[in-house]
Design a protein around this ligand. Sequence first.
Ligand code: ATP
Length: 274
Amino acid sequence: MMNSSPVAAPPAIRVTGLTVTRGGNPVLQGLSLDVAAGSITGLLGPSGCGKTTLLRSIVGVQKTTAGRVEVLGAEAGSAVLRRRVGYVTQAPSVYGDLSVAENLRYFAAVLGAPADDPARVIAQVGLSAHRETLTARLSGGQRARVSLAAALLGSPELLVLDEPTVGLDPVLRQELWQLFRQLADAGATLLVSSHVMDEAARCDRLLLMREGRLLADDTPAELLSRTGAADVDSAFLALVAGPAPAAAHTPSAQAPSAQVPSAQAPSGKSGTSS
Ligand SMILES: Nc1ncnc2c1ncn2[C@@H]1O[C@H](COP(=O)(O)OP(=O)(O)OP(=O)(O)O)[C@@H](O)[C@H]1O
């Protein structure tokens, strides 16, 4: 007889027992989580809780002490992931002395992305009117969008975005979240960190972190109903005040693994560091 139960798609990211120490301090403490493919997952938590460190571990540029990080079925940082993962760091990593279009043409050439990709990604981030402007003359928010555009080159399957909406006005934030949704609808997986809790409602799933541990891994609706809170800010406070953090779930199956480190980073930064 055929088994009619649906087969769960493998997660885009699987983190198992991840421990990271930076400057002698434990920053991530045995973190386990899955990120579903084709969805937007928000990574939320107060400044210093370890969000960037987790994202760096996922793109393979962070030295880890223990545990395992698998991305799209390969070991985080594997060479095979170079064109499949886009990463936007908090600091825009583009050249100030090149125009927007020159930056994008340069990164497209480095990545071997299609020749018409620069124009596509410039339009996606709403910078077509500034394509010939020197990047150093752009506002902070515009520069951040050039960085985002670079990460969109080659249409990566996974986008890891570290606080992509910081410093943007509400209209631009809304437009970027619409873009994130379009990308997820087209099948991409997005992991987006933020400490703006009101962005949480735009995500399919939320990972709430505190002091290197996972406080919650829920949909926005589950998080609110579980805590009885009216918004994510209050839910976070309720969880902090609660008796014990929700246990981080342990993934039940292992995805296939692969080899060697290095991830697509617009700045061309590579290698791991503490
Ligand atoms: N290069 C480093 N050396 C030593 N400790 C570090 C280093 N970078 C970060 N840390 C420490 O690691 C911890 C987590 O930092 P991380 O940048 O991951 O936090 P975050 O949640 O992303 O914060 P924010 O929201 O402010 O960006 C912090 O306590 C920070 O002081």
